[in-house]
Design a protein around this ligand. Structure first.
Ligand code: ADP
Ligand code: MG
Length: 319
């Protein structure tokens, strides 16, 4: 991993006596896609608005691309932002819109035209370059917004819920672009979302925010492992062979077998102190059942997904 591009130290923002984010400390490196995960009101947008200098912290500090928060105009030149909601000038074409923003950033007329064309290709809009934005789908507008966020060749890109309200195909396109820009440009991406699957899909690290504080941070694997301590596996066997399977499992040291309500064909198992995914975890019970001549119809590990971690920490419904 590359150098640290984003660092926050005890970053806090209060609105009156309401604390929107409190004591955020984290780092993100070059090329990293950091997921900022949390339900509505968790503080994602506030965190992004602080880090992009739209808001001033109540306390704490941060730096972006090595520039301290006390030099906001310099930070603004090094970041790109797709805000939570943006209006687009519907009468302009995608090309005109990006050319305009490239000019605002200070590029000459021919350079701005070249940059706009390149960006439109990068986000898969080159074929619609000369269509008015009013004819774009929501997904196309989001991709145009991402292109605009890249116009100044930023070191860190902030995308605030870029997939919100998109259909699955639109979501996939946006996520593919996010992955691409992190890998090919080597930029750091901060992507806020309340959708877990996309964090598991594209993010290299994740911060889980709950009521303004970080409740978990690290790689997706780290966060999942750190929180999900109780692990279970479910084994489905032919219902008439359940007793034989139970007898076989009784001989496995440290194994607990629980019945599942209304599903006599499913055995729910845990190994004390051992992750079920480890060799010591579930291979022995599986072998025991198979050696007893009981076919295993299904086998599934529970509680090893980020959604369980999210649920355990926030008590919120995850999708
Ligand atoms: N400008 C503001 N004034 C007062 N309260 C705010 C303001 N912006 C956000 N908040 C509050 O801060 C909390 C975090 O909001 P926000 O950062 O928008 O969360 P998220 O983006 O995760 O949904 C919420 O309780 C919200 O009501
Ligand atoms: Mg928000």
């Amino acid at each position: 991993m590359g150098s640290v591009q984003l660092e926050a130290v005890r970053l806090t923002k209060r609105f009156g006596d309401h604390t929107a984010v409190e004591g955020l400390s984290f780092t993100a490196r070059q090329g990293e896609v950091m997921g900022l995960l949390g339900s509505n009101g968790a503080g994602k947008t506030t965190a992004i608005r602080l880090l992009t200098t739209v808001l001033t912290p109540t306390s704490g500090e941060f730096s972006v691309a090595g520039v301290p928060w006390t030099r906001p105009s310099e930070i603004r030149r090094r970041v790109g932002v797709l805000p939570e909601s943006t209006g687009y000038p519907g009468h302009q074409t995608g090309m005109e819109y990006l050319r305009y923003h490239a000019r605002l950033f200070g590029l000459s007329r021919p350079d701005a035209a070249r940059a706009a064309a390149r960006l439109l290709t990068e986000v898969g809009l080159n074929e619609r370059a000369s269509s008015r934005i009013s004819t774009y789908s929501r997904g196309m507008r989001q991709r145009l917004g991402i292109a605009r966020a890249l116009v100044n060749d930023p070191a860190v890109v902030f995308l605030d819920e870029p997939t919100l309200g998109l259909d699955p195909a639109g979501q996939r396109q946006v996520l593919a672009i996010v992955r691409e820009i992190a890998v090919r440009r080597g930029v750091t991406v901060v992507l806020s979302t309340h959708a877990l699957p996309e964090v598991e899909e594209v993010c290299t690290s994740v911060l889980i925010l709950h009521k303004g504080v970080i409740v978990a941070a690290g790689t997706v694997g780290d966060v999942t492992r750190a929180v999900v301590t109780l692990r279970y596996a479910q084994m489905r066997v032919p219902v008439e062979l359940t007793d034989r399977a139970r007898e076989a499992l009784a001989g496995v040291a440290g194994l607990t077998v629980e019945p599942m309500d209304e599903r006599p064909d499913i055995l729910r198992m845990s190994v004390e102190g051992k992750p079920v995914t480890s060799d010591a975890g579930m291979n022995r019970p599986l072998q025991a059942v198979l050696s007893a001549g009981v076919p295993v119809l299904a086998f599934e590990v529970e509680g090893a997904r980020l959604s369980d971690a999210f649920l355990a920490m926030t008590g919120e419904c995850a999708r």
